[in-house]
Design a protein around this ligand. Structure first.
Ligand SMILES: Nc1ncnc2c1ncn2[C@@H]1O[C@H](COP(=O)(O)OP(=O)(O)OP(=O)(O)O)[C@@H](O)[C@H]1O
Ligand SMILES: [Mg+2]
Length: 146
């Protein structure tokens, strides 16, 4: 594995960047752009950044399509710089769901929906989901450099 320069994270370890977007699909691109800017500074490579772009877009799309009910509600995204990685939290205040009931997609139904969280889990190093009915959903995902 190539040795990579960890640019800013060591000195900025633990610092947070917060973003709040309206509950509308057209704002997901703003989140992706913000992520790229942050991830670049942290020192992730292109492949890692592409993985995180997909994961964060899936989480935001879920918040918009399954979570919040009205366009006026917002989705909050927190980026926390880690020593050699990035923690991303996506939080909605919508209807929530029973996390236990979210299943992995079945191979014979792969053309159906239900891939988002599975994809997030496969692209990120650690994923935690907190939700309860009517309490919204918070998904916390972490990716490490290298
Ligand atoms: N933010 C959320 N609020 C409430 N329920 C959610 C939220 N995110 C996911 N869910 C529930 O978890 C299920 C699985 O989400 P997942 O992203 O894996 O699949 P999907 O959104 O149904 O389909 P796809 O992402 O493949 O288009 C959803 O169908 C929904 O019931
Ligand atoms: Mg989804």
């Amino acid at each position: 594995m190539e040795a990579r320069e960890v640019k800013e994270t060591v000195e900025h370890h633990g610092e947070k960047i917060e973003l709040s977007i309206p509950n509308k699909a057209e704002f997901v691109s703003v989140v992706r752009l913000t992520l790229v800017a942050i991830a670049n500074r942290v020192g992730f490579n292109i492949e890692e950044i592409e993985d995180m772009k997909v994961a964060i877009a899936e989480a935001c799309t879920n918040a918009i399509t399954h979570g919040n009910n009205t366009p006026a509600e917002s989705i909050n995204i927190h980026f926390t710089l880690m020593e050699k990685g990035l923690e991303i939290e996506v939080k909605d205040k919508g209807v929530g769901c029973d996390v236990e009931k979210i299943e992995d997609p079945k191979i014979e139904e792969l053309n159906e929906n239900g891939l988002g969280i599975f994809i997030i889990r496969s692209l990120m190093d650690d994923v935690k989901i907190h939700s309860e009915p009517d309490q919204g959903m918070t998904i916390i995902m972490t990716k490490m450099i290298g």
